[in-house]
Design a protein around this ligand. Sequence first.
Ligand code: SF4
Ligand code: SF4
Length: 475
Amino acid sequence: MNDPLGGSLLPPEEHVLSTLEADGRRRWLKPRLSKGSYWRKRRVVAYALFAVWTVLPFVRIGDMPAILLDVPARRFTIFGFTFLPTDTVLLALALLGLLLGFFMLTALFGRVWCGWACPQTVYMEFLFRPIERLFEGTTGRGGAPRKPVSAPRIVGKYVVSFLACLYVANTFLAYFVGIDRLGAWIVAGPFAHPVAFLVVAAVTGLMMFDFMYFREQMCILTCPYGRLQSVLLDRDSLIVAYDRKRGEPRGKASLKVLGQAGDCVDCLRCVTTCPTGIDIRDGLQMECIHCTQCIDACDDVMRRLGRAPRLIRYSSQARDEGRGRRLLRARTVIYPVLLTGVLSAFFYVLSGKTDVQTTVLRNPGSPFTVTEANGVRNVFQVKMVNRAAKPRTVEIRIALPDEARIAAGHDRVVIEGGRTISAPVTVEFPGAAWPGHPVPVVFEVRDASTGEVLGKDEVRFLGPVGRVSKEAKVP
Ligand code: SF4
Ligand code: SF4
């Protein structure tokens, strides 16, 4: 190749990246399906996950959905307990625990999450790829389909994929808006809830973009977890690897008989089946999502040749270097220790949380009033959030000081599971007992039938400075 300055440049490699041609075009992948023992196991896992993800939004614990991530209301209900915006410590601990869990999982089992349980892989490989194969046929040895695909088949593929995206998008949304609200949106139609319709349309559009166009680029370019692999894996982590000692030098099957070649016959089946387009024989690569398709493909080749399977197999870099795989090492000790600490802190903080989060706020307007009988009154709003799934009938009480009493307002209310209620309450201090300066008042919210204290809050009670009189001043 000539360059403009008259020198010569090295020709570019065939593929700059696994999905990028030398001239900058995207290299479209049509991975060949390899049905082997791992694929069958992954299919069972995938169908189980489809079922769980679809059913979970319908599951209720008491009055609440099992999982509801209500972002606008900043309330997150997870298996019967509602987390509120004030639970920042809990949220931080939960996220830290999740991160450490992922770090530990990766140190032990490599990218098992990516290959077996990530929704991107599971939906792509076990829903959208089968739809594509149904309409376009299988891809033989990889690359383009064997025959040009007719227009009706392409239309059919997009129509069915669109319906599948609609299903995935609605499943996804159900976790954020709840199945009841989503059902109401669907029944009422787009004109009754145009904003909701636009949300559903946008999420469906994003799903179409992802599963029809972006595909493996999500794992290769976008996913932060994928990009962290080089620091999360160590030499003892479980990886999918090619047995170089056994496979090299590559060559025809007949050369093996002459002792001039290893077990790899360079058939490229492991490459054409790879959903990210890499050649696992080049070693561990960031693009590898550990989907095990190359293991199944190579096992099939080995079986046909009458050779032992697992030329590509689950292994570790340490094992491939001739050392045994160590289970006990710095990161498999440090991560569990940290995780135990974080989870202990999480459950400790959680155990201190009351079932009914109670916040008492002063009513706007006059800070106090003096009654005809010289009693001093303050009006408060008692805001109660029932974190639990079941409804609660609660009583509002003044725990301290003894002289204060509820003069008017709601002292007994029913709060549905996961709901918030605000009750106006007027508290009165008898004039004779008024100390002449602001005093703290403790509100208690008790279960009406058992008397158990479910929540409490303290607020300052305001009144006149000195003795009570009609001309009392605001302190
Ligand atoms: S499938 Fe197996 S034999 Fe064929 S190229 Fe890959 S490693 Fe070699
Ligand atoms: S190299 Fe093998 S395990 Fe890795 S993504 Fe490709 S087919 Fe899956």
